[in-house]
Design a protein around this ligand. Sequence first.
Ligand code: AMP
Ligand code: ZN
Length: 147
Amino acid sequence: MDMSGEEDCIFCKIVRGEIPASVVFEDEQCMAFMDIFPVGQGHCLLIPKEHHTNMLDVDLGLAAHLGRRLAELTRAVHKTFSPDGVLNVVANGPGAGQEVPHLHIHIIPRNHGADFGFRFPEGYRDSMAPRDELDRLAASIRKNIPR
Ligand code: AMP
Ligand code: ZN
């Protein structure tokens, strides 16, 4: 657990009830609330109540619990707004665009043609990656996966 800045952490403050939030649900380990700057109607965030910076330091048991809650919340958001799709987005670290350093998973309803979303660069499908390179990369990631 990353204890740095927990006192000042905006999401820890929400968990402690020190600042307002529009809570969708909570249980012992996690909480979901509406994003204060929604990119679309229904945009909400799922967080662990305990302070962890992101997926790189969260306890694996807690990650499993969040995964289940994420599936439930995504289905609830889909049922509520009937969008064309729902984005689940997690930024792990500033390089990935993470601004609030307390793990949070975005749940964002999205319709065809919306002016936001995960975008790949223009022309990225011009050439496929060579199979031997993909195999080599898969093997190097596999080495770092706990058995
Ligand atoms: P990220 O860029 O992935 O770190 O996203 C942080 C998200 O937290 C943004 O979408 C913000 O709009 C949202 N956010 C920041 N402060 C609050 C708050 N007090 N209540 C709800 N959402 C917040
Ligand atoms: Zn926190």
